[in-house]
Design a protein around this ligand. Sequence first.
Ligand code: SAM
Length: 254
Amino acid sequence: MPRRLGQHFLKDRSVIARILAEAGVGPQDRILEIGPGRGALTRDLVGIAGEVLAVELDRDLAERLKDLPRLRVIHEDFLKVDLERLLAPHDDWKVVANLPYYITTPILEKLLLEGSPRIRGMWVMVQKEVAERMCARGTRESGSLSHFIQYHAQVRKLFRVRPGSFQPPPEVDSAVVSLVPHRTPPVDAPPDLLFRLIRTAFCARRKTLRRSLAGVLGDPVAALEAAGIEPSRRPETLLLEEFAALARAAGAAR
Ligand code: SAM
């Protein structure tokens, strides 16, 4: 059984039905699927949706799906496709996918940075720990990924999926999450500075902010206090809104 390319195929029909129900897939929908594999989700999608576009890197798998009705299969590495060109001119796409876990973060980054304006929502299977990091707010699981995702979308963990739902079973639990891209960012802050602060802070997640941000902020204590943040806090305790307040305070002090 092939394990390369994150190939863990869904075999549990109830999980497939639940994903489609959560995504509210109907005849009016245009669906983008990343990694259709053997078509476990795809076959149901083409039966319900108006149009399905699937990008599959494995040539044999892509070849096997190409006769399904209402399906366009593109044999390519999703990370290399010109997403804007692929989705234009429509701006009502839904993304439904059981993602290859080895490239979950780059796929989500690409969808949110390049595809957002043309995507209404995403319903994707990811590793359970990744789902928890995506949704974390001020807890131990919080990190750069949480802030990136929450800056770009409304994210929700929908349900957990056990390894036995896949063939072959992965070594980890999985979860389905939904993401609805924000049309305007949920916080007001210069994005370059905001994400530089977030990345720098989480590079040294055990350090207090006054220490970890010393290289980016001339006077970290003054900037943190101006933003109403106690300088001895650690990055995982901060909400996106607090990092945004810090970026505004730091920007104003420049
Ligand atoms: N959707 C199928 C299912 O649920 O049974 C397969 C999901 S499997 C977890 C991930 C799929 O992504 C595999 O078919 C794999 O070949 C494909 N894949 C891996 N890397 C990819 C990439 N860079 N671009 C497109 N597809 C990729």
